[in-house]
Design a binder for this molecule. Structure first.
Ligand SMILES: [Zn+2]
Length: 396
């Protein structure tokens, strides 16, 4: 919601008036100096939208404010120049409305455009989010990253490395939305205060690492050649892509990282296909390169890669993980009911590479059980299981 500064207004005053933490308003207006406001300047207030209200007989500004549990000045602020003692019946005024509902609807076929639209809507209501592109896919789609928080502890979540595990995208987007709701409305989540998380951590989320693959699974092959023919050929002639994990070039992005890549290559297919082909060399695919570049740039303290399925938490790689990794894995297990597993015979994954190169905690978390793509009927259950993991990844 936008407001225009009047004489005597300050960010502190807006924070009191709208009951929104000062830090969130400051971070929603990064391009201005909060100490020097000028009259007429536009300030964004997070966690509110403006609605229209048509004046009815008997209304006054006072009664409208009171009915909405708003201070009178909150209404005056969004109606500059309104003469309050001359309201006309039928006249439309603006009324601020605190956002207490989710903007993200995770229970739908959550393709790339759905995610993009949801990120845009979240960014409008919560301008303290920082959204940028980490790179482009083979089909030229921007891969968005969302940053939230101010802290030194940098935590990273990602979803949909694997195309037919796309439910991990709406799960992480829903967590993002609930975190935002909790911050602006100052509610706890599972008894946990989130404002300290905001000041102590910076959370990086890449909700969809593999947009081309996700859209292939949800919407079918792209219209343009050569891709539309190629993917059907690589899918053994089938137009059912429910088993597809790879990117649009038939490369499994979670077999692309330089962490014993040769060993993974040796036991996997040597040609493009729905899954497990690691490419001709590590980091050959733009989506994997974008993730590697991001990880090098951000200096994450820990990373969590969300996959489906199995209800397990993989937390080790070649005994290179630091001791605190096990503590985290046990807590993730406790809050989710998932089984912690240190290692399996698997290499070249994102978390493997992170553990190997940084010697910091990295996790692959397999949400839910069943056959991929997991049905949306499991959404609520999976969200309940993963919510504790999201939170403890930030507070521990
Ligand atoms: Zn996976």
């Amino acid at each position: 919601m936008d407001v225009y500064v009047r004489g005597g207004d300050s960010i502190w005053y807006f924070s009191q008036l709208f009951k929104i933490p000062l830090q969130l308003i400051n971070d929603s207006n990064r391009n201005i100096n909060p100490q020097i406001l000028s009259i007429g300047q536009l300030i964004q207030i997070p966690g509110y939208v403006v609605t229209n209200y048509q004046i009815r007989p008997g209304d006054s500004i006072w009664s409208i404010a009171q009915n909405r549990n708003l201070p009178l000045d909150a209404i005056l602020l969004v109606n500059p120049g309104l003469s309050t003692n001359r309201l006309q019946i039928g006249q439309t005024i603006s009324v601020p409305l605190r956002v207490t509902w989710r903007l993200v609807n995770g229970k739908q076929n959550y393709d790339y455009d759905t995610m993009r639209n949801d990120i845009r809507r979240l960014q409008t209501v919560y301008p303290f989010l920082q959204v940028s592109s980490i790179g482009k896919t083979v089909l030229d789609r921007e891969i968005p990253e969302v940053l939230i928080g101010n802290g030194d502890k940098r935590v990273h979540f990602n979803g949909s490395f694997h195309a037919n595990e796309w439910i991990t995208t709406p799960i992480t987007m829903t967590f993002l939305n609930d975190y935002l709701l909790s911050l602006t409305n100052q509610n706890t989540i599972r008894g946990i205060e989130t404002s300290p998380l905001y000041t102590q951590t910076t959370l990086s989320i890449v909700p969809m690492v593999n947009p081309d693959g996700v859209n292939l699974v949800i919407n079918g092959p792209p219209a343009n050649e050569p891709w539309s023919s190629r993917v059907i050929e690589w899918n053994n002639g089938s137009s059912d892509f429910s088993g597809w994990k790879a990117n649009i070039r038939g490369v499994d992005l979670n077999d692309q990282f330089p962490a014993k890549w040769d060993l993974e290559r040796a036991r996997n297919p040597k040609t493009p296909g729905p899954r497990d082909y690691g490419g001709e060399s590590p980091l050959s695919e733009p989506e994997a390169i974008a993730m590697a570049d991001l990880t090098r740039r951000r200096d994450f303290a820990r990373v969590l890669a969300f996959h489906t399925q199995g209800e397990v938490i993989y937390w080790g790689f070649e005994d290179l993980e630091p001791p605190e990794t096990e503590v985290l894995a046990m807590e993730f297990s406790r809050v989710s009911g998932y089984e912690p597993i240190q290692t399996i015979e698997s290499y070249a994954g994102y978390k493997d590479w992170f553990i190997q190169d940084w010697r910091r905690p990295g996790f692959t978390i397999e949400l839910g059980t069943g056959t991929n793509p997991l049905p949306l009927t499991q959404f609520d259950e999976i969200y309940e299981e993963s919510l504790g993991i999201f939170l403890s990844a930030l507070y521990l």
